[in-house]
Design a protein around this ligand. Structure first.
Ligand code: MG
Length: 130
């Protein structure tokens, strides 16, 4: 696989810019974006993606609902999902695990910490013995 295609999902335009700028800063330039979970589903179906970075709190469809849809979809079920959230309570972490996201990162974050999360996920999801 070449440079993975990232789908960046956040209802805040400012936050999307921050995430996209951070991704560009760490060398990723194959990027598409969506403004909520519902929009993300449509973008996934229309354009596909290799990696989803999603906000937790969004109107229409939350990040957790989006993650549940992805995990329940035969074609996209193994798509890496990194959740971005300001929430870090134990309950929320457990809910996130229930939705089978790969990892989460708390706002605000540095490009370097984003890179570390992405590298860890890509390493854990790459095919073994390939
Ligand atoms: Mg939000």
């Amino acid at each position: 696989m070449g440079s993975p295609k990232f789908l960046v999902v956040d209802d805040s335009v400012t936050m999307r810019r921050i995430i996209i700028n951070a991704l560009r800063a760490i060398g990723y330039d194959n990027l598409i974006e969506a403004e909520d979970g519902q929009d993300a589903l449509q973008k996934l179906l229309d354009k596909g993606a290799d990696f989803v970075i999603a906000d937790w709190n969004m109107p229409e469809m939350t990040g957790l609902e989006l993650a549940s849809w992805i995990r329940g979809n035969g074609f996209f079920s193994r798509l890496p999902i990194l959740m971005i959230t300001t929430r870090g309570s134990k309950d929320d972490v457990l809910k996130a695990r229930g939705a089978e996201i790969n990892d989460y990162i708390l706002k605000p974050f540095s490009p370097q910490s984003l890179k570390e999360k992405i590298d860890k996920i890509l390493k854990s999801t790459e095919p073994k013995n390939a």
